[in-house]
Design a protein around this ligand. Structure first.
Ligand SMILES: C[S@@+](CC[C@H](N)C(=O)[O-])C[C@H]1O[C@@H](n2cnc3c(N)ncnc32)[C@H](O)[C@@H]1O
Length: 211
């Protein structure tokens, strides 16, 4: 096969580049998602939203979001993807779409961001983005990083209960882990609701590994 036709992501340079930016190969892997994923988010954006799109890929979502929201900061680590998008957009680049080529973990979150978008299913940095967006005052985060298939809207400022005090049933943790808390009794009726928690069993394992 002609080397130029060989997908960029399968070349050794891609993995080396990802590692040089502190990212794993999978989280730096570029692949677009189904339109339904983008539509889920686009339909929920308001004209006064300021969006931070983390891992913008080829910028297809960021471009569509810029047509709906007040401003979009779109951050993509891979220079080839950024250069390709900018050369395609040229002078048609919308003035409210601010393109940044960087690891989003290296950037301060702008204080006007209302909405984070993390459509990066394989990120291992969910918790970092969650905490940084919350601390910057952002209201919500759209992501497929916790449930891996489904995209969800996470209320960043909602109070969260400790896993031990949460009722049995499905839970999603601020660390990015999800799971099912078993009821003590088989008669317990499980609600459809997903409980937002902190200090889940996964957090405990992580903590033990770091001490
Ligand atoms: C699976 S693709 C999805 C692209 C885009 N979000 C979409 O839905 O079309 C993930 C992208 O996120 C980028 N990425 C992952 N982690 C990043 C980070 N910490 N900072 C900036 N870009 C990142 C990768 O380089 C890749 O292009």
């Amino acid at each position: 096969m002609n080397r130029e036709a060989f997908p960029l992501q399968l070349r050794a340079e891609w993995a080396a580049f990802a590692a040089s930016r502190g990212l794993g190969v999978w989280e730096a892997w570029y692949a677009p998602y189904d339109k339904s994923v983008y539509n889920f988010v686009l339909e929920r954006l308001a004209p006064d939203d300021v969006v931070l799109d983390i891992g913008a890929g080829d910028f297809r979502f960021a471009l569509a979001a810029a047509a709906r929201a007040r401003k979009v900061y779109a951050v993509e680590v891979h220079p080839h993807l950024v250069a390709d998008f900018l050369s395609r957009a040229g002078e048609r680049l919308p003035p409210n779409l601010l393109v940044v080529c960087a690891n989003a973990l290296d950037l301060p979150i702008p204080s006007d961001v209302t909405t984070g978008v993390l459509l990066v299913r394989h990120t291992v940095h969910f918790h970092d983005f969650f905490e940084r967006l919350r601390a910057a005052g952002a209201r919500r985060l759209f992501t497929n990083a916790r449930w891996h298939l489904a995209v969800e809207e996470v209320d960043l400022q909602a109070p969260r209960v400790c896993f031990d005090s949460a009722p049995p049933g499905w839970y999603a943790c601020a660390c990015g882990a999800v799971g099912f808390k078993e009821p003590g009794s088989p008669d317990f009726e499980i609600a459809d609701e997903i409980h937002e928690v902190v200090q889940c069993p996964h957090c405990r394992v992580q903590k033990e590994q770091t001490v």
